[in-house]
Design a protein around this ligand. Structure first.
Ligand SMILES: Cc1ncc(COP(=O)(O)O)c(C=O)c1O
Length: 508
């Protein structure tokens, strides 16, 4: 270690499976994450990253991958390489400039995939990709113990990138009046009944939660008209997704979904060492036709995010019906309906009816969205009994905390709050549609509490200008859509403030 920091360059290269946006984004993301991890780079110390791509890659700019890796504010630059006869095809190269105390000889250059053959000298000395587990021993701090062998598959996991917390923006830019329209939370807050129930329950927090969520289970089963044993509760529906992976996925099984979509399906597949098959959306919604054709004997779980996050588009009952008729009976189909309560489309499918028929279908819902309890972490799955019983085997004993159970039960019974939230969302949606049209911005009609729209320019720039005005949204780069922005439908005042800030950002 040097006692003073200097600027050094880290080289990296990776080959991409196909000239497709999803493949380029995830390869670039993996390369950047590995360069950072292997060199223990502090993100604040990255000056910039320069990418080059071979001419056979033109489906997207690898910057989307760097954004997905969490580098939302680092300057990025990309060029196409001069074709060199015999050079490695479908290759992304990167040069990352960092301020570091590491000595030159300690810098680890990263060559992944077939690109490892470009610099065998470096490839051999850095993180070796092994079939049965990787080793980070070469990237350790001089004083640290050698890293234990770890599961190679976790290198494919891109850490989840949440919407920017209000407190972080306060710290970063010294702002105070901040609105968060980034994570599809309910702008009305939690149900007042849930707040009251939680207040009363605080004195019993020394007791472990009811692992079976008995009271909530009974109430929800009655409401959904299913048997109580068909419900699987999780620490957010995120955890139910993970539990499905733990229960069903073996290495080399395939998990099928469309992209861009909710990141937890890929996370769970990678966690279990399963393979991902991601197809493009059709008209911003899941392409069930293409998915039916893509199912093969290795396909174990098919995720259908309906309506889809981040686009807000949905697939209709007819399409779901036709799809399920083609899905082999031993394939598990998971309908993620996190935004179910916001849907207004009359032809939205009733997927619980398939669960009741005993199909291998699981429906996911959550208390994080319309019920306004994202901070408590509680979601659930509705499954046929034979699947629910298997998932319960992998559930941690007290996975849903007491406050979450109490808050969810009260919120579930607060029909008034749900109705007010729906009304607010519908009027906000109509107003935002009108305003986005006035600004000549294309948007995707939504069945959720967020709108995805096209800025026809680098949305990261507009995202930053909105942050400067205290408005937090999500820029599309993390979803591989670098010109799109996602905004949560807020209160009337928040929507007005957002449009005002957006207009200013577009014209500055
Ligand atoms: C489609 C989708 N599924 C699941 C979730 C996770 O919800 P929870 O908070 O219940 O984990 C989200 C959250 O944004 C989502 O958008």
């Amino acid at each position: 270690m040097l006692s003073f920091p200097v600027t050094r360059g880290i080289r990296g290269a990776i080959t991409v499976e196909a000239n497709k946006e999803a493949a380029i984004t995830s390869a670039a993301c993996r390369l950047i994450q590995t360069m950072i991890a292997a060199n223990q780079v502090d993100v604040e110390g990255i000056t910039c990253i320069i990418f080059s791509v071979t001419q056979d890659l033109d489906a997207c700019f690898p910057a989307a991958g760097a954004r997905r890796a969490g580098l939302t504010e680092i300057p990025l630059f990309c060029t196409t390489e001069i074709p060199v006869p015999g050079s490695l095809p479908r290759c992304i190269r990167a040069l990352m400039l960092v301020t570091t105390n590491r000595q030159l000889r300690d810098m680890r250059h990263i060559y992944l995939g077939e690109a490892a053959g470009l610099r065998p000298d470096w490839a051999a000395s850095v993180m070796v990709e092994e079939e049965d587990g990787g080793s980070l021993s070469e990237c350790r701090d001089a004083k640290a113990d050698p890293c234990p062998a770890f599961r190679r598959t976790i290198l494919d996991i891109a850490p989840y990138q949440p919407g920017k917390p209000i407190s972080e923006l306060e710290r970063e830019r010294g702002l105070t009046d901040i609105i968060k329209m980034a994570s599809n939370e309910n702008p009305l807050g939690p149900s007042p009944k849930a707040i009251e129930a939680l207040r009363q329950s605080l004195s019993s927090l020394h007791i472990y939660p009811d692992g079976s969520c008995f009271e909530l289970r009974q109430a929800l089963a009655r409401r959904l008209d299913v048997e109580d044993v068909q419900l699987i509760f999780g620490n957010g529906s995120d955890e139910v997704i993970k539990m499905l992976g733990l229960a069903f996925l073996e290495p080399d099984d395939e998990v099928l979904f469309c992209e861009p979509t909710f990141s937890e399906y890929a996370y769970t597949a990678h966690l279990m060492g399963a393979r991902i098959r991601a197809l493009p959306l059709a008209d911003h919604a899941y392409d069930l036709e293409a998915m039916a054709l893509a199912i093969n004997p290795k396909t174990k779980i098919v995720f259908v995010c309906n309506p889809n996050n981040p686009t807000g588009a949905y697939v209709s009952k007819d399409k779901v019906e036709a799809f399920l008729a083609r899905v082999p009976r031993d394939v598990l189909v998971v309908f993620d309906e996190a935004y179910y309560e916001y849907v207004t489309a009359p032809d939205y499918p009733d997927t619980i009816s398939y669960v009741k028929e005993g199909r291998n279908v699981v429906v996911l819902r959550t208390f994080s969205k319309i019920y306004g309890l994202a901070g408590l972490r509680i979601g659930y799955g509705i499954a046929p009994i034979h699947l629910a019983e298997l998932v319960h085997r992998v559930r941690e004993p007290f996975n849903v905390n007491t406050s979450a159970q109490i808050g969810a039960l009260a919120a579930l019974e607060d029909d008034e709050h749900v109705k007010a939230s729906q009304d607010l969302n519908n009027s906000g949606k109509a107003w935002l549609y009108k305003e986005l049209s006035r600004l000549n911005l294309e948007y995707v009609p939504t069945e959720t509490n967020f709108i995805f729209f096209n800025l026809e320019q680098d949305s990261q720039v507009i995202y930053e200008k909105l942050l400067d005005q205290g408005v937090i949204t999500r820029s599309g780069g993390i979803f591989g859509c670098p010109t799109w922005l996602r905004v949560t439908i807020g209160t009337e005042a928040q929507n007005h403030r957002f449009i005002h800030a957006l207009e200013k950002a577009l014209h500055s």
